[in-house]
Design a protein around this ligand. Structure first.
Ligand code: 13P
Ligand code: SF4
Length: 319
């Protein structure tokens, strides 16, 4: 089938209505996917909203861990994801068996059992080893609520962990993981953009490296950055996060200008875009087929889900 975007969007919306399906999309997905969505959000909002909707089918246009989180929270619903191969380099940087060893190593020679805090960008197996999950929206709030003398292990994002340490005054033990998109923003290009656009606010996601964050005026989750652009009286912004968010920013603020920070180009062959290729795997064709065939369907092994749900629910309670 070779349909144009508009035709696909109409067909997807009609099919979703017929099947009582709700479509969720993350801000980093393609603009046409965001146009199909009933609900667009950051990781926290997507998880919260999934528990509130009454529908037979939930379609998660995002990456694998988002579909898994949704299935764990809504075990009785059919959770579909347009492409099962839409992974996440950050989630992949922390395997459950390695985290298990890390926890054991950091539990030796101390009578204090560490509290394991994991970013939501992790597999269900990692969440099953976790005491409380966080997102970039609520990480500070949740870490602030943990006992002051607690020994805390935080993973997998080292940049986010360092940032949370700096704003909470904690000394959490950090896993050394990273997102390949947020790690590759060019400091040189950002400094040049700032010089060319004096006074323009810089907005960055906390998964960016510390030197990028040090040059930023606002640091927050995708939703927090979007909300800032809406309420700010400024007209122009420099944006250091995945460029999919620009669609929603531009839609919400048609008269404002958003300047994306480019990635570093290494040895002349570096990626010339700041897109997450996993998020971009969600296409209209795959979304349509997934709704039509009700496949691929997300499944999470029962035992893993039973262990993982408490760390996710703890997050929702503490948010
Ligand atoms: P948010 O929770 O801020 O939307 O971030 C999700 C993500 O994958 C960032 O790379
Ligand atoms: Fe994962 Fe990075 Fe893509 Fe977010 S942008 S889904 S952290 S690879």
């Amino acid at each position: 089938m070779d349909l144009k975007n508009k035709e696909y969007i109409d067909k997807i919306k009609t099919l979703a209505k017929e099947k009582n399906a709700v479509i969720f999309a993350h801000y980093y997905t393609r603009p046409e996917i965001q146009e199909c969505a009933d609900f667009i959000g950051d990781s926290l909002a997507l998880a919260q909203q999934a528990t509130r909707v009454h529908a037979n089918i939930l379609v998660m246009c995002g990456v694998h861990f988002m579909g898994e989180t949704m299935k764990i929270l809504c075990p009785d619903k059919k959770v579909l994801i347009p492409d099962m191969n839409a992974g996440c380099s950050l989630a992949d940087s922390c395997k459950a068996e390695d985290l298990k060893k890390f926890i054991i190593n950091n539990s030796q020679f101390t009578d204090k059992k560490p509290i394991v805090v994991s970013y939501v960008n992790t597999s269900a197996d990692v969440k099953a080893l976790t005491d409380v999950v966080v997102t970039s929206s609520n990480a500070k709030k949740i870490v602030d609520q943990l006992p002051k003398d607690a020994k805390i292990i935080f993973g997998p994002d080292h940049n986010l962990g360092s940032y949370i340490n700096s704003v909470t005054g904690r000394e959490m033990i950090l896993w050394n993981g990273a997102c390949h998109v947020h790690s590759r923003f060019s400091l040189e290009a950002l400094l040049q953009l700032k010089a060319e656009n004096p006074g323009v606010e810089v907005l960055a996601h906390p998964e960016c490296k510390a030197p990028i964050l040090a040059q930023s005026d606002v640091i927050g989750s995708t939703k927090a950055l979007l909300e800032h652009t809406i309420k700010s009286s400024a007209r122009r912004f420099i944006i250091a996060t995945e460029s999919g968010i620009l669609f929603e920013m531009q839609r919400a603020c048609p008269d404002k200008e958003f300047i994306p920070v480019p990635p570093e180009v290494t040895e002349g062959i570096g990626c010339s875009c700041n897109e997450c290729e996993y998020m971009r795997m969600n296409t209209l064709e795959k979304l349509y087929n997934c709704l039509l065939n009700e496949s691929p369907e997300m499944q999470v092994e029962k035992e893993t889900a039973a262990k993982a749900i408490s760390s996710i629910q703890r997050m929702l309670e503490m948010s």
